[in-house]
Design a protein around this ligand. Structure first.
Ligand SMILES: Cc1cc2nc3c(=O)[nH]c(=O)nc-3n(C[C@H](O)[C@H](O)[C@H](O)COP(=O)(O)OP(=O)(O)OC[C@H]3O[C@@H](n4cnc5c(N)ncnc54)[C@H](O)[C@@H]3O)c2cc1C
Length: 423
């Protein structure tokens, strides 16, 4: 990745971490986890808690991928509303999906408490309505969640009351979720990694898995200057999944997304009085929140080409200034970016093939549900498939167009939705 993608506020405010060695020998274990983001770390920790000997391989450093560079917005659920899920899958499956996806916040909270992870966790998330019609949809969703699923932590915020949460942006009301919130994502990843080490997981950093082979009764992995044998593999490499499992590559496309962190703001509490994380309701959304030291961390705009803008700060600043005109000329201390792994239908893609388990494509909604995905894969590894199958049975299609055309075709589709935002 170009260096200018990596200048994140999170790296500058990361908790201490002792770099782990690279793999340079042959080892045997029960489970190899490939990828040191939320998904892989959660899976490794949960497997170790079940008494398995686990080795985790990370090509770069812990949290290098989306997990260490995301907006830190904790939003219960998936990219689909519960009404859409209920209509598409029927009540019984919808209930099972609800329990896992809407329950993900509690699992992450449990992890943070259990392992004493210092990651600036704050509660409260606002989805801000960009259009009046979006607010009407939100009201219907809140009512449905409460009536059909007993989910009462969502509060409808009338347009006249939106100033309780945000002063800026001209929003038409919103939904305030008390079980949502925000955190420092890299420190959550590092906290999971420390917990995994304490549970006996061996972590190798700067060690890319180059090849994996399922021999039926065991698996082989070539990685770095070493090799591993294990009973099972968990692939948790999100946007890089195609490198290690080419047959999975066409289920996701990477969409580039950029973030900035301003200098600490003296009037931060006026901009976001309840300290909620905010995401607007557009398809290409703006999302923002305050850091522990009162910077505004703002994500906005997407790029459908891999190459980052020459001036990431300038690219995001114009979106921030639309919401908060008073910040048009404020100092930006950090600007960075990352790839969001997106599936065709925006639902995570999980599954199993022989001794290989995988989960990727959380479609910009992975800060909470990745922890669940990791734990479900750990359950599946020891033979408990019931909850794993709730996600693994979600329908998925490949992006059409093969290796060369998949991204341009997906881009056309995404541009169409982005254009609808402006109508
Ligand atoms: C800019 C941005 C903002 C986002 N904001 C939010 C948000 O606010 N809220 C939200 O819910 N979601 C958000 N997301 C999405 C969320 O961050 C992801 O869904 C989630 O972090 C995915 O976690 P993961 O562990 O599956 O993948 P990753 O965190 O990407 O981890 C994969 C890891 O695998 C490693 N790897 C790759 N190939 C190999 C290999 N061959 N061998 C070994 N290791 C390998 C990579 O180095 C990487 O560390 C955002 C994403 C981005 C990019």
């Amino acid at each position: 990745m170009p260096d200018r993608l990596n200048d994140s506020y999170y790296r500058s405010a990361a908790n201490a971490w002792e770099t782990q060695p690279t793999l340079d020998s042959g080892l045997d274990c029960d489970v190899v986890v490939i990828g040191g983001g939320f998904t892989g770390l959660s899976a490794a920790l949960a497997c170790a808690e079940k008494g398995l000997f686990v080795i985790l391989l990370e090509a770069q450093t812990i949290g290098f991928g989306a997990s260490g560079r995301n907006g830190g917005q904790l939003i219960p659920g998936l990219r689909w509303s519960m009404r859409e899920i209920d209509e598409e899958f029927g009540r019984e499956r919808a209930k099972a999906i609800f329990d896992l996806a809407w329950g993900a916040g509690a699992r992450v909270h449990d992890r943070i408490v259990k392992h004493d992870i210092q990651c600036d966790l704050k509660s409260g998330h606002l989805e801000a309505a960009y259009k009046p019609g979006h607010f009407e949809d939100m009201q219907r969703e809140a009512e449905f969640l409460s009536r059909e699923f007993g989910w009462d932590s969502v509060e409808v915020v009338a347009p006249a009351d939106i100033g309780r949460h945000i002063n800026g942006g001209d929003y038409h009301g919103g939904l305030y979720e008390t079980k949502g919130g925000h955190f420092h994502p890299l420190n959550y990843a590092l906290g999971l990694a420390k917990a995994a080490l304490a549970a006996g997981v061996l972590i190798f950093e700067n060690t890319a898995a180059q090849r994996q082979l399922d021999r039926g009764t065991y698996v082989e992995i070539q990685a770095g200057a070493g090799s591993l044998t294990a009973n099972q593999i968990i692939i948790a490499t999100d946007n890089w999944t195609g490198d290690i499992a080419p047959e999975l590559s066409s289920y996701t496309v990477p969409i580039m997304n950029y973030n900035i962190a301003t200098a600490p703001l003296p009037d931060a509490d006026q901009l976001l009085p309840s300290d909620a994380a905010v995401a607007d309701s557009r398809f290409v959304l703006n999302y923002f929140r305050l850091s522990a030291d009162k910077r505004l961390i703002f994500g906005g705009g997407e790029k459908y080409v891999q190459r980052p803008p020459a001036d990431i700060a300038g690219f995001v600043r114009k979106h921030m200034a639309e919401v908060f005109p008073s910040l048009a000329r404020t100092t930006i201390d950090y600007a960075w970016g990352g790839a969001v792994g997106v599936t065709m239908n925006r639902l995570p893609h999980m599954g199993r093939k022989g001794n290989v388990f995988y989960a990727h494509g959380f479609s910009g909604h992975g800060a909470l549900v990745t922890t669940v995905a990791g734990e479900l894969m750990a359950e599946a590894v020891v033979g408990t498939m019931e909850q794993f199958d709730v996600f693994a049975s979600l329908p998925h299609s490949r992006f059409p167009g093969g290796k060369w055309l998949a991204r341009p075709l997906a881009t056309l589709g995404l541009l169409y939705y982005a254009m609808r935002d402006r109508l």
